[in-house]
Design a protein around this ligand. Structure first.
Ligand SMILES: NC(=O)c1ccc[n+]([C@@H]2O[C@H](COP(=O)([O-])OP(=O)(O)OC[C@H]3O[C@@H](n4cnc5c(N)ncnc54)[C@H](OP(=O)(O)O)[C@@H]3O)[C@@H](O)[C@H]2O)c1
Length: 335
C-alpha cells in the first residue's frame, strides 16, 4: 500500500467536492494500492492539519475553516511547512496575474511536491515556467479540471490518443454561455432575460462578464494551446468575441437553416467567437454541457461531451489526475 500525503489549498465549491470525493472513494483507492491521506486543508482563514488524515465528516459541514482551523498558517507558508507529497490547488482564478494560485503552485513544485489543480489563472499566465519548475524538481503538474471540468480532454489527448498528431480542437468550453444561448434559442428570449434566468439558477455569477465576454473560454484556449500544441501563447494572442451581441433573431434564423450558434473556442487558430454549428453536429450540445471535437491524423475526429463545472464533477477530474500521477510513476519504475 502506498501512502500519499495530500494538502488541499482552497476550500470553496471545488475544495468541498475534493474532501467529499476522497472520503467516498477511500476504499476504491485502497483497492488500487493507494492510501490517499488528506493531511491538511487551507483556506483564507487558516489550516486544518492532521498527520493521520483530516476527518472529512468534521469539516464538510463548515463553509469555511474559521471554526475548525488548527493552525493559523495560510497559503505558501502552509504549503512549504506541511509534510505532503502532493498539493491540490483550488483557489479562485485570476488570469491577469495568476495569484494566489501561482504563488501556491510555485511553492509546491519548488519543494518537490506534485500539483493538481482546477485553477486556470496560473497556467494562463505562466504555463511554461511552471512546467519547467515541475521538471526541474522531478514532479508532475496536472490540470485536467481547468478545461471542460469533468470532461476528459487533456488526458484523452496525452494518453489515449498518443501517437496521433492533433490537428485541432474546437468546442464549447463554457457552460454558462451555452446555457444562455440554449435558452435564447428555445424560448426566443433576449440575451438579458436568459442571463437573469441563469443568475437566478446560480449558473451565472452576479458579474457575468468573465463568462459572457469569452474571457473564461479564451483562458482555456491558451491552456490547450500551450499544453497540447506546444505553443507559447498568451491570453492577448487570442481573438475573443463573447455572446453579448447574439440576438434571438440571429439564433432563430440560424435554426431555420439547420444551425445552432455556439460560443466556440478553437485551437490552434486561437479564436473564441459565436459560431454556426450544424444542428446534428456532436459538438452542438445544449444547456450547461461542454463539448470538444479533437481532429487527429490517424483516428479522424473524436468528440467528447460532459459537465464543465460542478463541485463533485470537478473533484472527479482532480482525483483522476492524482491517480494518474501514481500510475505513471509505477510504469516509470518498471522501465
Ligand atoms: N466551481 C466549479 O465548478 C469549477 C469548475 C472548474 C474549475 N473551477 C476552478 O476551480 C477553482 C476553485 O473554484 P471554486 O468554485 O471552488 O471557487 P470558490 O468557491 O470561490 O472557492 C475558492 C476557495 O479558495 C479560498 N481562497 C481564496 N484565497 C485564498 C488563499 N490566498 N489561500 C487559501 N485559500 C484561498 C476561498 O476562500 P474565500 O471564499 O473565503 O475567499 C475559497 O475557499 C477556481 O480557480 C475555478 O475557476 C471551478
Amino acid at each position: 500500500m502506498r501512502d500519499i500525503k495530500v494538502s488541499l489549498v482552497g476550500y470553496g465549491i471545488v475544495g468541498h467536492g475534493v474532501v467529499d470525493v476522497f472520503n467516498r472513494k477511500k476504499k476504491m483507492l485502497r483497492d488500487m494500492g493507494l492510501n490517499l491521506k488528506l493531511v491538511s486543508v487551507t483556506d483564507h482563514t487558516g489550516t486544518v492539519v492532521s498527520e493521520n488524515g483530516v476527518d472529512a465528516e468534521k469539516i464538510l459541514g463548515e463553509r469555511t475553516l474559521a471554526n475548525v482551523a488548527t493552525s493559523s498558517m495560510k497559503g505558501k507558508e502552509a504549503i512549504s511547512a506541511i509534510d505532503s507529497d502532493l498539493v491540490v490547488e483550488v483557489t479562485p482564478t485570476n488570469i491577469v496575474h495568476g495569484q494566489p494560485g501561482l504563488g501556491h503552485m510555485e511553492a509546491a513544485l519548488s519543494s518537490g511536491k506534485h500539483v493538481v489543480t482546477s485553477n486556470k489563472g496560473p497556467l494562463v499566465v505562466s504555463y511554461s515556467r511552471l512546467k519547467k519548475l515541475a521538471e526541474d524538481n522531478g514532479v508532475m503538474m496536472k490540470f485536467e479540471a481547468t478545461v471542460g471540468g469533468t470532461m476528459p480532454l487533456i488526458s484523452l489527448v496525452e494518453r489515449t490518443l498518443v501517437g496521433n498528431t492533433i490537428l485541432g480542437i474546437r468546442g464549447i468550453f463554457n457552460g454558462t454561455c451555452n446555457y444562455i444561448l440554449t435558452r435564447m434559442t428555445e424560448e426566443g428570449i433576449p440575451y438579458t432575460h436568459a442571463l437573469s434566468e441563469a443568475q437566478d439558477l446560480g449558473i451565472a455569477e452576479a458579474d457575468p462578464s468573465y463568462d459572457v465576454e469569452g474571457v473564461d473560454t479564451a483562458g482555456k484556449v491558451v491552456i490547450l494551446a500551450n499544453s497540447l500544441f506546444n505553443m507559447n501563447t498568451k491570453y492577448s494572442d487570442v481573438d475573443v468575441t463573447g455572446i453579448t451581441g447574439v440576438t434571438p433573431e440571429a439564433l432563430a434564423l440560424a435554426k431555420k437553416r439547420g444551425y445552432a450558434i455556439k460560443l466556440i473556442g478553437n485551437v490552434p487558430a486561437l479564436t473564441v467567437r459565436p459560431t454556426l454549428v450544424p444542428l446534428g453536429s456532436p459538438i452542438a450540445v445544449s444547456g450547461t454541457l461542454n463539448s470538444a471535437a479533437i481532429y487527429t491524423d490517424l483516428s479522424g475526429t473524436i468528440t467528447v461531451t460532459g459537465l464543465g463545472a460542478g463541485s463533485i464533477e470537478t473533484a472527479s477530474a482532480i482525483l483522476t489526475d492524482i491517480v494518474s500521477i501514481y500510475r505513471t510513476k509505477r510504469i516509470d519504475a518498471i522501465f
